[in-house]
Design a protein around this ligand. Structure first.
Ligand SMILES: Cc1ncc(COP(=O)(O)O)c(C=O)c1O
Length: 361
């Protein structure tokens, strides 16, 4: 049977080896995965809610995330019908493309940025315009210039992955004025909780612009990546459209109760952000001492320029039980990304990096 031709262009997402498999293969007792921007702690307070819900796993989940929806709407100060939940915030990317892309349509994003925009847009047959970053940040002026009558969606990761940079309210305000009202602006705020105080008040911006969606996730600062739950906030008409086309049971029972428990907890996220920033500073100090260039990050990871191909560093780290993220998928051979881990994990990463760089010198 013939498949869609545009799938041939897609470079698939490459997941890492399972940690247990790596332990067996390399004969390691401990492996630290510092490659996927996950939180290094599993939130204990969520476990109780999840365990309690296990007795209901024979039943389909609540299709509309009813209880979670009203709790989150109250917390964010938005209307319940402006929310769309997804199997991770990734699913919102797919839903938006599914709802809006027709033959010949274009989407714009930056390069390098989160690869899922490009991969999914290609699958849906859109022409993807990638605008290079400027000083490791989205070049909004250039993106605005690339808008054509065929542009349907602009994807913006704020803060960005893999750079960790962010766009301020001021920059975004200027950008909004230049973008035609018919274009859907997709603000992906997966790392929202780590962002600083002049970060855009995007939920407020939604009041002024209909064609806009803001997505956030429970995968990062909340520590629930394994359960897969994220959400979008948008105009109720757009939310209605996305809710109409999503799978009826796209968010599982355990994810829903875990997210509810996460919203009830006041201190965990704050504590995690504080911890992450403290540990980030320790890694910055080590990188400074080694004379390695890095980007100051407003997320839970750091982008580092090794100054030479990262393959041998990657293998050295791997054989010592630390998984870092190379950027070869983006075609960037000298850069790597390190996710902030526990204090022990970060210390081990720093020690290995120092050993590697001193041996190379
Ligand atoms: C910018 C960005 N958006 C979205 C996601 C996906 O998050 P989720 O786990 O909610 O699907 C990630 C995950 O790494 C990300 O970096």
């Amino acid at each position: 049977m013939k498949h869609k031709k545009n799938i041939d262009k897609v470079k698939p997402y490459k997941p890492g080896k399972p940690v247990e498999e790596l332990k067996r293969e390399k004969g390691l007792r401990l492996v630290y995965k510092m490659a996927s921007n996950e939180l290094p702690f599993s939130p204990a307070y969520v476990k109780k809610a999840v365990l309690k819900e296990l007795k209901n796993i024979n039943r389909y989940p609540e299709s509309s995330c009813f209880y979670l929806r009203s709790k989150l709407a109250r917390k964010l100060g938005v209307k319940a019908d402006s929310l769309v939940f997804g199997n991770g915030s990734d699913e919102l990317i797919t839903l938006v493309l599914k709802a809006f892309i027709e033959k010949g349509d274009e989407v714009i994003t930056a390069f390098p940025s989160f690869l899922v925009y490009q991969i999914q847009a290609q699958i849906f047959g859109a022409k993807v315009t990638k605008v290079p970053l400027k000083d490791y940040s989205y070049n909004l002026d250039e993106i605005a210039k690339k808008v054509t009558p065929k542009t349907k969606i602009i994807f913006i990761a704020n803060p960005d992955n893999p750079t960790g940079t962010y766009l301020s309210q001021e920059k975004v305000n200027r950008f909004l004025k230049k973008i035609p009202a018919e274009v859907l602006l997709f603000f992906d705020e997966a790392y929202f909780e780590f962002a600083p105080s002049d970060f855009p008040r995007s939920l407020k911006m939604l009041k002024q612009r209909k064609n806009m969606i803001v997505t956030r996730t429970f995968s990062k600062a909340y520590g629930l990546a394994g359960l897969r739950i994220g959400y979008g906030v948008t105009d109720p008409e757009i939310a209605g459209l996305l809710n109409k086309i999503r799978e009826p049971f796209n968010v599982n029972r355990l994810a829903q109760v875990a997210a509810e428990a996460a919203l009830d907890n006041k201190g965990f996220v704050r504590e995690m952000v504080k911890f992450t920033n403290r540990e980030k500073n320790l890694i910055y100090q080590a990188l400074d001492a080694l004379g390695l260039f890095y980007i100051r990050s407003y997320t839970n990871f750091i982008l580092v320029d090794l100054g030479s191909d990262t393959s041998s560093l990657y293998n050295y780290m791997l054989s010592n039980g630390v998984i870092i993220r190379e950027l070869k998928g983006w075609g960037l051979n000298n850069l790597f990304r390190i996710t902030i881990g526990t204090s022990t994990q970060n210390k081990k990463f720093i020690k290995l990096l120092i050993d590697y760089v001193s041996n190379e010198a």
